[in-house]
Write a protein that binds this ligand. Structure first.
Ligand code: PEP
Ligand code: MG
Length: 566
């Protein structure tokens, strides 16, 4: 079965099924209000004591940051609005269970409709509080997770932080739930405990029983229940490989990114939201090589204002401290639609009025963004990056708009980095062919192999029928990448890569040979990329690149790279 891969690794063990308790109650009107208020206060006090103990357990066993989840629950219940509303309902004759349910449900309804992920997470916090309070009021005892045997796979409808706080690391080897996503608290805690977890597997609690054998592949999101011996043997090997690889990767935490012969390169991260910057820091990224700003536009029902954009960019800049943040300006159109922008339907959207073309056609929208980025540049090391460049005129036009915005901000007395760099993504066949000319205009390059592959091979990125042609290892794409890097190197401007190929272990030796300065990857791949980069000298990489560039087919290229892989 498949679910959401929420915490990496492979767990194989025996299931402990956490059954949901019946939390129904008789909602009759109460007669003795005072007695009910005393019962309610006692439940709140017990909840606080238990939650404080769990917070302490989490702090000791997992870490202070994760303990904040339980501290958040304490703060919510201490907030007089919530308990005050509950008391009012009891005073009106409702039993404590009904008061807790009604008030919590009201807040859950409110928070779950909000757009912000963190706010939506509040809804699940309150649901956790509600269940804990009802259990106390109804005298229901939970399974004691702290007592499960070593080698246990926990299966539950949802694994609440309160349950997770009882996990003894080493005893629980896997987690499977019916709800929750990558950012849910159960996922965060599972990752912090390094326990493989697959979430959102429909009806899993109805399909398994205690002591069934389960395999949890938290990297791929696969689970197997009572698999045969061959599958178990295959996953035991996978688990060994994973554990070995993790141990090797840990050696690279906090290290610089250097090739085997000592050339230092930069290893940045790709992010979509300001809070993703935290992930980049946690994963040991050295900067942000691509902030996909279009997510700020997609998350809202209207164009984000200059102030909203400024705050979002500044948030990422503040998180990154003195590290570089490259913000790519609005890259809409093609596969990225924004409903309220009313983009006209086009015959060929990938070749249409999109990205920098749209922005230059709507200078007021573009200037709002450029002003937001410029203002954020006063607080850190910010660079502007232009998407989908195809000709020199576009770079000049964007730079002219940047100058206009600078002049406006200056006259308004607003601060910004006077020397902000403006670079371009090289992700079209046209840009690659005139890379030498673009290098005279741009302060830096970043190669977008996701699109460069599509435009070079004339393949739609999302069309499964032509997916066999969509490969950055096609000889045409490799030549293009080499040409772009050489042009940047000759012009003396830095060149990075922010397409997925930058983290591909097979591509990395070629990029070392071609002379790439900066790799920008998904945060979870930082250590893997640093590890692979550390294995190659320039001389070895050059020998491999020479061989590979003489090969005529993608299959031969991939085979040669696999053969040489370290
Ligand atoms: C790319 O095209 O390689 C790239 C990094 O940008 P996106 O995937 O957002 O188009
Ligand atoms: Mg792109």
């Amino acid at each position: 079965m498949k679910g959401i891969a929420a915490s990496r690794g492979i767990g194989i063990g025996s299931i402990c099924l956490i059954v949901e308790h019946d939390l129904s109650f008789d909602g009759k009107k109460i007669e003795n209000v005072d007695a009910e208020k005393v019962r309610f206060s006692a439940a709140i006090e017990k909840f606080k004591a238990e939650t404080a103990e769990m917070a302490e357990n989490i702090r000791k066993n997992i870490g202070p940051k994760e303990a904040e989840i339980m501290e958040g629950h304490l703060a919510m219940i201490a907030d007089p609005t919530m308990s005050g509303e509950m008391t009012k309902m009891i005073e009106a004759g409702q039993c404590a269970e009904a008061a807790v349910t009604a008030v919590c449900d009201m807040f859950i309804g409110m928070f779950s409709k909000m757009e912000d992920d963190l706010m939506r997470q509040r809804a699940s916090d309150i649901s956790d509080i509600k269940i804990s309070l009802l259990k106390i009021l109804l005298g229901v005892e939970d399974v004691d997770i702290s007592k499960v045997a070593p080698g246990t796979v926990l299966v539950a409808h949802d694994l609440t932080p309160s349950m997770t706080s009882q996990i003894v690391k080493g005893n629980v080897v896997g987690i499977i739930t019916e709800v929750g996503g990558k950012t849910s608290h159960s996922a965060i805690l599972a990752r912090a405990l390094e326990i493989p977890a697959v979430l959102s597997v429909p009806d899993i609690t109805k399909q398994v029983k205690d002591k069934d054998t389960a395999i949890v592949d938290g990297t791929e999101g696969d689970i197997y229940i009572n698999p045969d011996g061959d599958v178990i043997a295959q996953y035991v090997r996978k688990r060994e490989d994973y554990v070995r690889a993790q141990a090797e990767l840990k050696k690279f935490v906090g290290k610089k990114t250097v090739t085997a012969d000592g050339k230092e390169v930069e290893l940045f991260c790709n992010i979509g939201t300001p809070t993703d910057a935290k992930k980049a820091i946690e994963c040991d990224g050295e900067g942000i090589g691509l902030f996909r700003s279009e997510f700020l536009f997609m998350d809202k029902p209207h164009l984000p204002s200059e102030e909203e954009q400024f705050m979002a960019y500044k948030e990422a800049v503040d998180i990154m401290g003195d590290k570089t943040v490259i913000i790519r300006t609005l890259d809409i159109g093609g596969d990225k639609e924004i409903p309220y922008m009313d983009l006209e339907k086009e015959e060929n959207p990938f070749l249409g009025f999109r990205a920098v073309r749209y922005c230059l056609g709507n200078p007021e929208i573009y200037k709002t963004q450029l002003r937001g980025i410029l203002r954020a540049s006063a607080f850190g090391k910010v660079k502007i990056m232009i998407p989908l460049v195809t000709c020199v005129d576009e770079v000049r036009a964007v730079k002219a708009l940047v100058e206009e915005c600078k002049a406006e901000l200056k006259s308004e007395g607003k601060k910004f980095d006077e020397n902000i760099e403006v670079g371009c993504m090289v992700e079209t066949a046209a840009a690659s062919l005139i890379a030498d000319m673009l290098a005279k205009e741009a302060d830096f390059f970043s190669i977008g192999t996701n699109d460069l592959t599509g435009y070079t091979m004339s393949v739609d990125r999302g069309n499964a029928k032509v997916a066999n042609l969509y490969s950055a290892f096609q000889p045409a794409v490799l030549r293009s990448i080499k040409n772009i890097i050489s042009a940047a190197n000759e012009a003396g401007i830095p060149v990075g890569m922010c397409g997925e190929a930058a983290a591909d272990p097979l591509m990395i030796p070629l990029l070392i040979s071609f002379g790439l300065d900066e790799y920008s990857v998904n945060p979870v791949l930082v250590l893997t990329a640093r590890c692979i980069i550390s294995k190659w000298t320039k001389e070895e990489a050059d020998a491999l690149a020479d061989k590979v560039l003489s090969l005529a087919t993608e299959a031969e290229v991939v085979a040669a790279l696999k053969d040489a892989a370290k």
